[in-house]
Design a protein around this ligand. Structure first.
Ligand SMILES: Nc1nc2c(ncn2[C@@H]2O[C@H](COP(=O)(O)OP(=O)(O)O)[C@@H](O)[C@H]2O)c(=O)[nH]1
Ligand SMILES: [Mg+2]
Length: 286
């Protein structure tokens, strides 16, 4: 970095905040053009703060994806809300994401109460909303008194460039926070455990997605061992599947996203009510 001239450089943190499932993680991936945060149709997929880094000549934006703010039903849930609120207050640009396809309600208003000034409001999923619906949602959102409003689709990419220009306009003059070739602050081993969890979310339903956590217990490349933790004995066979079918599919789907030659072992373990046990949360790194 010593050879760089950072006299005309901008860098800052932009935080994505919003209810679960409005598309924050999908939007982050769309902005960066690469997958840094896992996505699912289940709420509360994102449990920790994840940073994705956008590098352009003369600027670096550190986008922060946060867990969706929700009514907490466990100690983990409470911690997730705190993480999200705190990172939003600490950022240079606050981006509040709303869903064009579902009613703006109590959950959104709860978050809107604490928005920093200068917040940008994004109305996502416009690919699935009619022009009338988009206008209606925007007019409801106008009560939040944001500085600017951006209808976008994280899936089709519509509106993303305009949003990005607005974020750039708000960046302070600063040297970069991260190396110029960094894409995210997520350690590789944690990323692999997230990919495992993403595949499991896709294959489970009801309350099971919330009960699942994954952690890497061995990392001796090309050998990786990932433990899948569930909350009840009865959940174990569902995650394993008939004759191990679910685990087999999960393993294949994850390996296809990793460097060739990786050997991934998956093991399922029960830790009763891990979401409410401080020592379990600590062990899992929350
Ligand atoms: N149609 C449509 N679906 C979207 C869009 N953005 C996200 N989704 C879907 O909404 C669901 C939740 O997305 P996710 O990014 O995990 O939401 P998060 O909880 O806010 O991070 C997933 O099924 C996404 O595929 C969008 O722009 N259009
Ligand atoms: Mg998410």
């Amino acid at each position: 970095m010593t050879s760089h001239d950072f006299s005309d450089y901008k860098s800052g943190i932009a935080t994505l905040i919003g209810r679960p499932n409005v598309g924050k993680s999908t939007l982050l991936n769309a902005i960066l053009g690469t997958k840094v945060s896992i996505v699912s149709d289940k709420v509360q997929t994102t449990r920790r703060r994840i940073r994705g880094i956008l590098n352009r000549p003369n600027l670096q934006i550190i986008f922060t994806d946060t867990p969706g703010i929700h009514k907490p039903q466990s100690l983990l849930g409470e911690q997730m809300n705190e993480t999200a609120m705190e990172s939003n207050q600490d950022s240079d640009v606050s981006i509040f994401v709303l869903d064009a396809t579902s009613p703006i309600g109590k959950g959104d208003r709860f978050i809107a109460k604490d928005l920093p000034s200068g917040t940008l409001i994004v109305l996502n999923k416009i690919d699935r909303a009619s022009p009338n619906q988009i206008l209606k949602q925007l007019s409801i959102a106008s009560e939040f008194g944001a500085e600017q409003y951006f209808p976008v689709s994280a899936i089709t990419g519509q509106g993303i460039d305009v949003l990005l220009e607005a974020v750039i306009a708000k960046l302070p003059d600063s040297v970069p926070y991260f190396p110029l070739d960094a894409m995210s602050d997520v350690p590789e081993s944690w990323w692999v455990s997230e990919l495992v969890r993403e595949q499991l979310l896709e294959r489970t339903k009801d309350e099971l997605p919330h009960s699942i956590e994954c952690r890497i217990t061995e990392w001796e490349l090309p050998y990786i061992r990932c433990e899948i933790i569930v909350e009840r004995d009865s959940q174990k066979p569902i995650v394993i599947g008939k004759r191990g079918q679910v685990l087999k599919e999960v393993g294949m789907a994850v390996r296809s996203q990793l460097n060739p030659g990786i050997y991934l072992e998956l093991a399922v373990k029960v830790d009763k009510n891990w979401q409410d046990k401080p020592e379990s949360l600590r062990r899992l790194g929350y």
